[in-house]
Write a protein that binds this ligand. Structure first.
Ligand code: AMP
Length: 222
């Protein structure tokens, strides 16, 4: 049986758990996880021209210009590993990016099949993000309160000291939230209008959220 590719967008405010859920969806449905934030951070770490250009925007909590992110996404989307479908985590973030994604997928005879919206009250977001720590070596994500590592400040898998993302500091998070409301939230209506938006309560535990996300995904596959 030939199954057609499945393309799923994760939407939600910063700190809603998009990365965690996107990884799980990708593993469960054998899709490629594309996180534009992770890709950009890789470019920054490698010190590429793109990374150098993106760094300032990221550290201020602003969006990296559509064109730069779009090129990076197109490259991934045309890779062989993307042929069975992808989970887009952190993309699109503007209406123009939504239109670009539609165009790139249309060229491949595909479309956005579902949009999973993780809804989290603003009041929870700040605590979630400012407590977030990650491993610079394997990318594992922890939370000082809700998901602490076995040894304080050290990655369970690598034994490496955990770090806080530069843009997870409180003043930057406030800017990221403002940017989300202004530029990204309008995409909810864009996808709602196409009847492909599915909402899950992102305030629940990661396992509970995944249960609901999986149920929503099953209806897409059907
Ligand atoms: P994230 O890890 O998804 O929270 O992304 C971290 C930062 O990378 C964002 O605050 C933006 O500065 C930048 N970024 C990630 N994805 C995009 C995107 N699709 N468009 C513009 N900037 C992005």
């Amino acid at each position: 049986m030939v199954t057609r590719a499945l393309d799923v967008v994760m939407l939600g405010p910063p700190g809603a758990g998009k990365g965690t859920q996107a990884k799980r969806v990708a593993a469960a449905f054998e899709l490629l996880h594309i996180s534009t934030g992770d890709l950009l951070r890789e470019e920054v770490a490698k010190g590429t021209a793109l990374g150098e250009e993106a760094k300032g925007y990221m550290n201020r909590g602003e969006l990296v210009p559509d064109e730069l992110v779009g090129k990076m996404l197109a490259k991934r989307l045309h890779s062989q590993r993307a042929a069975l479908g992808c989970v887009y985590d952190g993309y699109p973030r503007t209406s123009a990016q939504g239109i670009l994604l539609d165009g790139l997928l249309a060229e491949l005879g595909r479309r956005v099949d579902a949009v999973l919206y993780l809804n989290v009250p603003d009041s929870d977001i700040l605590a979630r993000i400012t407590g977030r720590r990650s491993c610079p070596s394997c990318g594992a994500v922890y939370h000082v309160r809700t998901q602490p590592p076995k040894v304080d400040g050290v990655c369970n898998a690598c034994g490496v000291a955990l770090v806080q993302r530069e843009d997870d500091r409180e003043e930057v998070v406030r800017e990221r939230l403002r940017v989300y409301r202004e530029h990204t939230a309008p995409l909810l209506d864009y996808y709602r209008g196409r009847k492909i938006l599915r909402e899950a309560d992102g305030g629940l535990s990661p396992d509970e959220v995944f249960k609901r996300v999986r149920e929503a995904m099953e209806t897409v596959r059907a």
